[in-house]
Design a binder for this molecule. Structure first.
Ligand code: HEC
Length: 163
């Protein structure tokens, strides 16, 4: 019993580091529920099945991190010449979600947005193209996996005077 508690605790801590598809509040409610269940039914062995991060989820995490680096560069006037090659895996990566044509159409738009960033000639064009890409992230995330949406919206580069 003690061991399983430790294992479950470890899993829960593990999940909180990522902005997963579930809203944070939902995750927290589930954690709280799991904990009370453990207290109320001490004899019953509870196994919490962790959904393993899919290939697409792992790609998304790196897209998030790396696009923040790109954001920093653009704000300093550096337009990236190219993108990490693995970004195109968005078209083929295996996912936990049921992906349909809308997903693939938005994924096309996303890679077109990336190309538009590399084609930008000025900082202003770079910012516009970068924000266009963030909009595509957000569009797709209003359909799939709403959890990261607030974080995605914060990735936009505000126009001068805007915050
Ligand atoms: C074409 C649709 C689409 C686009 C564009 C898209 N995403 Fe996602 N994203 C998804 C789907 C679907 C998942 C769920 C993947 C899964 O769990 O299998 C996901 C998952 C995520 C996750 C959660 C990963 C985890 O730990 O579970 C993050 C964070 C994320 N996306 C960030 C981004 C960012 C940042 C961008 C833009 C730079 C972006 N996404 C663009 C569809 C998209």
């Amino acid at each position: 019993m003690k061991l399983s508690k430790i294992i479950i605790g470890g899993c829960l801590i593990g999940t909180s580091f990522f902005v997963s598809c579930q809203q944070n509040s939902e995750v927290m409610a589930e954690e709280a529920k799991a904990q009370t269940e453990l207290k109320e039914e001490p004899k019953e062995e509870k196994t919490l099945k962790m959904k393993e991060a899919s290939e697409l989820a792992l790609l998304m995490r790196s897209m998030y991190e790396e696009n923040l680096e790109i954001r920093k560069g653009i704000m300093e006037g550096e337009i990236p010449k190219s993108f990490p090659e693995d970004f195109v895996k968005i078209h083929s990566a295996q996912s936990n979600e049921n992906l349909n044509e809308t997903f693939y159409a938005l994924a096309e738009q996303y890679t077109a947005n990336l190309e538009a960033i590399t084609a930008a000639k000025t900082k202003e064009e770079g910012i516009k193209a970068y924000n266009g890409m963030v909009n595509t992230c957000a569009s797709c995330h209003t359909i799939y996996c709403q959890g990261p949406l607030p974080k995605i919206k914060k990735m936009r580069i505000p126009a001068p005077g805007e915050s």
